[in-house]
Design a protein around this ligand. Sequence first.
Ligand code: GTP
Length: 387
Amino acid sequence: MEQDVWERKYHLALERMERDEREFRAVEELLRRLSLRLAALVRPAGGDIEALLERLTSELRGTPSPASIEPLLEALAEAVTRMDEALPPDAGVDAATVEALRADIARLQDLLAMVSARLGDMTRYLAAELEEARTEEGGSRELDARVREEMRALGERTLAAGDLASLQAEVSQRLSLIDRHFRDYRDREDARLAAYRDRAERMRDRVEELESQASTLQDSLRREHELALTDGLTGLPNRLAYERRMVEVEREVREGAMACVGAFDIDHFKSINDTYGHAAGDAVLRIVGQTLARELDGRAFVARYGGEEFVAVFHRTSPADAETLAQGLCATVERLAFHASSKPVTVTMSGGITRFEAHERAADAFDRADRALYAAKREGRNRCVRL
Ligand SMILES: Nc1nc2c(ncn2[C@@H]2O[C@H](COP(=O)(O)OP(=O)(O)OP(=O)(O)O)[C@@H](O)[C@H]2O)c(=O)[nH]1
């Protein structure tokens, strides 16, 4: 009966251990996904990082040990550092892009250091559990051998016993020895279970702490990423966001989709600043930017390219339709009611439209849209030209 109770305890402990291990695996998976996403941010240099993560995953699927995992994590950290060094400031990528990528890489490095430390903890824990299971198995084998020995001795004495009284004494002595062996074994196992429970509690706390750290890190990365892609003054996507979007559009156009690029610039903006002040200029930029985003919502991706220049990418739109939309935008901006020192101020905008051709790079299409924009400026502003 007592043995049944002990066995139930033992199975409960085993189930708990398996559940813990599943939790650790879930955390490892979460961290792996996080690292993969970060590696994806620094493409195209992320190739060897993905291969290393692949190897790390297959290690984790087996029986992980610090000896097999630590070198992989070190190689991963090294690859990330190489990626940082491989980021030249003059590779056609603007300084803000390089800065943002460097910040991502630094965060990835921090994350790897954290993952490395935590995986070390976990694998050490699993190794200790394995050792524990081995010891436990040894203990039960020992008990088994002792019980067998007592039973064998009892059998021999039974045959040798001359009278009933000495037989009874022999049986009772052997039974109490067996009982003591069980008791010793149970006490040792109870102590081991208590120690195990303690360690499991501590590990659970550490796993919870790790999960919360990982999710805080993920949130702050997401927030910082959004900030890195947003123009602070207008709230529109910034040039970096535009360049990232253009990587996708370039691929779509190569696959046969139609797209147009529009460059827009507020006319005589310098004189708005000079006449009404920089704050008024900022307000004009904000309102014009938001007007473009609102008017083109669902039809084009709009970003602030820099200074007083905006860019729009029209998806699945013919050049003629994009030009009509752009002319409508110029007319809408002209109708905006600006006031400075209680006097109405008319603001106009010029635009240049071009088709994004399948054989060209995004930068070529933008340059042509920009040339169209300057043609519109030369032709008298407040208009749109298509090249
Ligand atoms: N207020 C404000 N001004 C800015 C900002 N960014 C750039 N500018 C100003 O925008 C002005 C751009 O002037 P120019 O490039 O000479 O062009 P423009 O006066 O608009 O003339 P055209 O483009 O030829 O019609 C410069 O005076 C910049 O200082 C900004 O964020 N806020």
